[in-house]
Design a protein around this ligand. Structure first.
Ligand SMILES: [Zn+2]
Length: 139
């Protein structure tokens, strides 16, 4: 049975927990992961499920992963260009950004799930039964 909550975290708390790979519900650092890529159905501490009745949850997590990867690439390019102006080393920059673009999805994999869980919890507020830990959200 999932943990009951009296109060629900605000938007910034949810977002902060999600971006730092913690469970948006309880803030536990292990959240839904027992390894970098091995995901459990429920949080190891509060026992709330990440899917919350949404069969397409992974689509949102994948979108969050793409956004995080693109932002990483954009930020790396911006910093490299600003630091090296006016003689921008294009070949090393392309190699570094290319490696970041390839590894980004793996690097952001767990964070994309916790971040999307935070966004999902903000958009679909938990009902009384979910807050009491009696059942997961349904569509
Ligand atoms: Zn939790």
């Amino acid at each position: 049975m999932a943990q009951a909550f009296e109060t629900f975290p605000g938007f910034w708390t949810l977002l902060g927990r999600g971006i730092s790979r913690r469970c948006p519900w309880c803030g536990d650092r292990r959240a839904y992961f027992v390894g970098w890529f091995k995901r459990l159905e429920r949080c190891q501490r509060c026992r709330h499920a990440w899917r919350r009745g949404d069969a397409a949850f992974e689509l949102g997590a994948t979108t969050a992963n793409i956004i995080l990867t693109f932002l990483s690439v954009l930020l790396a390019m911006l910093i490299a260009v600003l630091v090296t102006l006016p003689d921008i080393p294009f070949l090393p920059l392309i190699i570094i950004v290319g490696v970041l673009a390839v590894l980004g999805p793996a690097i952001w994999y767990p964070t994309s799930f916790t971040l999307w869980q935070a966004v999902d919890l903000f958009m679909r507020k938990p009902d009384a039964d979910e807050m009491a830990g009696r059942r997961d959200a349904e569509l």
